[in-house]
Design a protein around this ligand. Sequence first.
Ligand code: S3P
Length: 445
Amino acid sequence: MSSNENPRPMTARPGAALSGEALIPGDKSVSHRSLILGALAVGRTHVTGLLEGEDVLATAAAMRAFGAEVNRLGEGEWEVYGVGTGGFAEPDDVIDCGNAGTGVRLIMGAMATTPIAATFTGDASLRRRPMGRILDPLKLFGAVSAGRAGGLLPLTLTGAADPVPVEYTLPMASAQVKSAVLLAGLNVPGETVVIEPEPTRDHTERMLKGFGATLEVEEGPEGRVIRLTGQPELYPQELAVPRDPSSASFPVAAALIVPGSKVRVPGIGLNPTRSGFFTTLREMGADLAYEDEREAGGEPVADLVATHGSLKGIEVPPERAPSMIDEYPILAALAATAEGTTVMRGIGELRVKESDRIAAMATGLRACGVRVEETEDSLTVHGGAVKGGATVATHLDHRIAMSFLCLGLVAAEGVTIDDGAPIATSFPGFVPLMRALGADLEGAL
Ligand code: S3P
């Protein structure tokens, strides 16, 4: 069930082959970081290709509330006049991050070592998600939090007046936690150290270096050791946000499963900490070509060309999970149409995303006639012909919504989702883009 006050049901049905070019919007992770780091630099950062989804717009509003000047100049083109490391002002109202876990966690990190207080909240999905994973390391710096039991939003965070540097080993594979600690470390004298046993997306490290921070990464026996020297002057940047590989996964998957389809998705980032889904697709036998492989903004990029063909189920190596963590819902949908069984292990983190994604996918797939098994940290999907005909609950989760709409394009009786509105958090143009490729999607978004 959606807790949205104004749910937008949508139905996807099988129809024509998909063809054409899909221009994917800017990367959500990089867009949040562009605004936050821009706000912590001194002077004008200019950003092109920014994702204008609701999550990122909430971060833009938050940066204004902390004292930065943030202006929209045109489509995807923004400027941020930053206040400098430690320069955040106390917001005079509650910071509402909407649906965005990345937004709220990174912003809490960015303010935790400045002596100001801020109260954070979000939508019903975000208010169910654990913040203790951020608050635990931020308390080590000297920040103090007060909020609901179990570390849930709304909560008030008071930044440390005399922060001390921290060495922190991540208890779970989370780029959000890593990033929150690094952003907090910016305003601390001395060296902040984060150790990540499993590598996660490294946009924060790359961008901090780009903004002029001194940051070193070493591979040690305990994992990646990241050392940040505190209190740098961050220099404003010219940033071109790459197109989002997680958003690209939806038209790519749809093209692979809808008979006769061929779709080109240009300029997709293939940073190895993000591209595990495409590797998995190739292991399943997908006809997925990388054309014009090149570098853009310091990241490997290629044009992806996805052509329909038969797919076979596989066992996804658990160590690949962090590099495709947001793509398991669409993988589960795709696996339902493949020949054989797909086993996804080591994915317990999916239970604390915008929804419990293991439960949401298992329940929705079963309603569509698919045989599925779940454990606390795994999902097994038995592929074949998908009947569909169900109305699936999306639980305020954009990726659950898009995954089931893609599945509906090949389910005999189509698939209805109870609410497509959350798609606007990460991929506002999804429905028109899919329709332009030829998808039969009914409903107003
Ligand atoms: C993100 C990290 C991941 C991912 C999220 C974006 C980021 O979350 O699921 O969509 O931008 O750092 P976790 O850090 O919780 O794994």
